[in-house]
Design a protein around this ligand. Structure first.
Ligand code: PEP
Ligand code: MG
Length: 587
């Protein structure tokens, strides 16, 4: 802790556990949400000059930084100089300024938009580099462009010599799922945001990164400064700013304990997930990008229960074509070596908008999303279906349709799948005729009329994140109503249980793939409802497996039935605590 720094704490929603100790890296809101507007033809030259001036300002900032270096060791000074040189080199690279200026002229757009777009292109190119060190340097391009955008806004970037690196804690007002997914390539320690709910897609991506994350912090972005020392306690939802040495020691100790606990859990990988009374349970993984499959293999999941394919479509100017998609899906299918891979068709819309297709809807979560979006864009949908079917030739593929609720939607979606098959046959492409088609149960209407889905599909998967959002009428991404988001609400529990029981009676395979499936506090509850297939982020799988191994379904099931009869939220919580503690029920 430096002199004159005050220690203080902020509280938010813990969305991904663990402890991170590192330095704040403020992500400018302007940077993530750069405005796009047209420039009048006669003002284009002025705009180009404005951009060039911003580059000059940043050049001057870097020069000032270089002359202000007072590092105490020659080694540290050398490192900092190398860092400044690299940033100066990026700044002077014609690929950045010249291309951005050309874009301003060509498209008559504002300078911020042009330079951000050029940055995105360069980052995309970096991501294709094999060498992990060079690939991670895309973070430097981002940092340089952040400085340029700050300069364009007339603000001065703080003269920080800290590289965004493995101890960086991102502090942002808000992060979209598209922003967050980029951190997969950047290796950061944690992130905190002012906005966001616990099952927002941003939070889900944080869990898949297996880094601590807090959302709904309200004022973190305005109270924290770049480079502040931070502790993120992802379990308790606490953020400590400028901790003193005593607090730091305490948290370092806790972080080590968590590390030890995690390495013990690793021993559970492999081996069946069978309950004490011999019930076999399947534990599948949720992934967002093809590279996540490495984590899936580490924990030896039984397969992939949910591949959120839409993440491959974000952060880019053009959609991946059929061959690019096919290669990505095939790589996952082959890596899973015959274990099932459930590819969910695009769940685009709402918070996961395609670049350039952002719509200003009053209620995006109730709008054109998921299967609705795909049916409105048949060419895009059939292209994806062909790519998925082609990948089925290389392993065991299942297709999962998101957000279905209407008979006509089901019929249209199945007709599209039939069309994709026919096109492949005509083109002489190979695919597996036995590919199973399933539906997500995430709208209360679908849960209440489950027969409609069961008549048409081979398997079901309950998306509790959306099922809760739509049952309780709570926008899952809105922190203002996050306190109402409750998986233990009696109506939610009954819907989930009814679906599991009804599917089981009909012999229809059913899984839960929402966040509930990955929370160990709900494992016994779901087992007691009769669930035997869980799908969650690989980072959560071994903890859930430990709960499965400790559970006696014969003992838990009647207690869960009793809990489900209650309308009293306090009593439900109390009973669940007892079930989890393994103690006798309250009479
Ligand atoms: C869900 O809604 O529970 C789900 C798994 O889908 P997503 O979180 O991607 O909306
Ligand atoms: Mg969903």
């Amino acid at each position: 802790m430096k002199p004159n720094e005050v220690t203080f704490t902020l509280h938010g929603l813990p969305v991904s556990g663990g402890i991170a100790i590192g330095h704040a890296h403020l992500v400018s809101h302007a940077m993530l949400d750069v405005a796009h507007y047209a420039i009048q033809p006669r003002k284009v030259d002025d705009e180009v000059q404005r951009l060039a001036r911003a580059f000059d300002t940043v050049r001057a900032e870097l020069a000032e930084l270089r002359s202000s270096l007072t590092a105490d060791s020659a080694e540290a000074r050398g490192e900092l100089l190398a860092f400044i040189d690299l940033h100066s080199m990026i700044l002077d690279d014609p690929l950045l300024l010249d291309e951005a200026c050309a874009f301003v002229r060509e498209r008559r757009c504002n300078a911020e938009w042009a330079v951000k777009r050029q940055m995105d292109r360069l980052v995309e190119q970096f991501e294709e580099i094999e060498d992990p060190y060079l690939r991670s340097r895309s973070a430097d391009v981002v940092q340089v462009v952040e400085r340029v955008i700050k300069a364009l806004s007339g603000k001065r970037a703080r003269l920080s010599t800290r590289r965004r690196d493995t101890d960086s804690i991102i502090v942002a007002h808000d992060l979209s799922p598209a922003d967050t997914i980029q951190f997969k390539a950047q290796r950061i320690a944690a992130f905190v945001t002012d906005l966001g709910g616990a099952t927002s897609h941003t939070a889900i991506v944080a869990r898949s990164l297996a880094i601590p994350a807090l959302v709904g912090m309200h004022h973190a972005r305005s109270l924290i400064q770049d480079d502040d020392m931070l502790i993120v306690d992802g379990l308790r939802g606490v953020l400590i700013i400028n901790p003193d040495d005593c607090i730091l020691d305490e948290y370092r100790l806790r972080a080590r304990e968590i590390e030890i606990e995690r390495s013990k859990l690793k021993r559970l990988a492999g081996g069946a997930a069978t309950t004490l009374d011999g019930e076999d349970v399947q534990l599948y993984a949720n992934i967002e990008l093809p590279q996540d499959v490495d984590q899936v293999r580490e924990v030896e999941a039984d397969g992939i229960g949910l591949f959120r394919t839409e993440f491959m479509f974000l952060n880019r100017d053009s959609l991946p074509d059929e061959d690019e998609q096919f290669e990505a899906y095939r790589s996952v299918v082959q890596a899973m070596k015959g274990k099932p891979v459930t590819l969910r068709t695009l769940d685009i819309g709402a918070d996961k908008a395609l670049r350039g297709a952002e719509r200003s809807e009053a209620n995006p979560a109730l709008g054109l999303r998921a299967i609705r979006y795909c049916l409105a864009e048949p060419r895009m949908f059939v292209t994806q279906l062909r790519a998925i079917l082609r990948a089925s030739h290389y392993g065991r593929v299942r297709i999962l349709l998101p957000m279905v609720a209407f008979q006509h939607e089901i019929e249209s979606a199945l007709a599209m799948i039939a069309l994709a098959r026919q096109q492949l046959r005509e083109a002489g492409r190979k695919y597996d005729e036995r590919v199973e088609i399933g539906a997500m149960v995430e709208i209360p209407a679908a849960a209440l009329a489950l027969g409609t889905l069961m008549n048409h599909f081979n398997f079901l998967s309950i998306g509790t994140n959306d099922l809760i959002q739509y049952t309780l009428a709570i926008d899952r991404a809105d922190e203002a109503v996050a306190y109402l988001y409750d998986p233990l609400h009696p109506s939610v529990l009954r819907l989930v249980q009814q679906c599991i029981q009804q599917a089981k009676r009909a012999g229809m395979p059913i899984a839960v793939c929402g966040e509930m499936a990955g929370e160990p506090q709900f494992t016994r509850l779901l087992l007691g409802m009769g669930l035997r297939q869980f799908s969650m982020h690989p980072s959560q799988l071994l903890e859930v497996k430990r709960e499965v191994l400790r559970c006696d379904c014969g003992d838990v099931a009647p207690r869960v039935i009793k809990l489900l009869r209650s309308d009293d939220p306090m009593r439900i919580r109390e009973q669940l605590e007892r079930i989890n503690a393994g103690s006798t029920p309250v009479q």
